[in-house]
Design a protein around this ligand. Sequence first.
Ligand SMILES: Nc1ncnc2c1ncn2[C@@H]1O[C@H](COP(=O)(O)OP(=O)(O)O)[C@@H](O)[C@H]1O
Ligand SMILES: [Mg+2]
Length: 357
Amino acid sequence: MSELILDRVVKSYGKLRAVDDLSLEVRDGELLTLLGPSGCGKTTTLRAVSGFVPLESGRIFIGQRNITEIPPERRGIGLVFQNYALWPHMNVFRNLAFGLQLKKLPRETIKERVEAGLATVKLSGFEDRFPRQLSGGQQQRVALARALVLEPDILLLDEPLSNLDALLREQMRFEIAQIHKQLGITSIYVTHDQTEAMVISDRIAVMNQGKLVQLGTPAEIYSFPSSKFVAGFMGTTTFVHGRVVQVRGERITVRSDSGLSIHGIGRQLSDGDDVDVAVRPENIRFLIGPENGRARGKENTFEARVTRASYVGELIDYQLDLKGSLLRAKGETAHPLAEGAAIRIHIEPQQLSILKV
Ligand SMILES: Nc1ncnc2c1ncn2[C@@H]1O[C@H](COP(=O)(O)OP(=O)(O)O)[C@@H](O)[C@H]1O
Ligand SMILES: [Mg+2]
């Protein structure tokens, strides 16, 4: 079993706690993403796991093995960085073979492993090329293959796609996810890009200021963010401020500052709590034509005004004024609404997260 366990890991630089009491369990074969803004401690966490920074306190295990005091080269961990870090004076074959030669593996085994590694990243036949003769995407594949040929128990990837252009990044996301599925190596993937995290991860650990703030599947974190920070970080979200006026299990009713009665879902809330209602653009439904008449008086049906309409290709990106709160919404290009138009909207209570301020 190669699950990876971080138990209350702390690492400071001077007075700054870069990793602050982080406990995390990456399951055997899982790809878990550390997601958070720049500076939140993602790289420091990976460096702690790989053994390049000593812990201030806490422990790290791979399966039953306590690796806290074990030097990096004996941890069985493969690393892939943002900047590839290939050796420029070595061709692809030697870049991949180098670590295997250090392990004193037989020549035939090395050749087989290098060939298999290149096949995995779809670069068979590139053995003789030098890094400068490869595109950024190809260099990153070589870097990945170089980590894989060592057959690590754990794979750590630190923003491996952030130097690539947008189109290639999107394509490589799927490839990395597929390679992970194929090999089933327990992996931590680091990114600050929420879409990338959603596509690639079995689970996501959202970090802020060195701390773990939420852990869950992409769908759980997207649909039920535990805080305004997570909601704001996981895609476009706008907020309506108010107070809780009724609690029925997880069904919460809020009275907004502007006097609207809003129904949504929330946890661990009580009457009178100061809250933000998190509204996702795609959950706002425009009521047009006969639907509009039927919806009058129904719960979570509101009057709003279009304050901005931007055509962004496959849809229109709207800004709406909901009694003083600005919301973002998405609309079909087939039924464009003009700026200034009055409109009735509906939001399913199930799709509104009520978050404590
Ligand atoms: N070697 C270092 N010396 C001092 N401070 C550092 C060092 N490495 C990182 N930090 C600080 O620790 C915090 C976390 O950094 P890092 O782990 O690189 O964040 P992330 O990878 O999430 O962007 C940041 O505030 C950063 O400035
Ligand atoms: Mg980093």
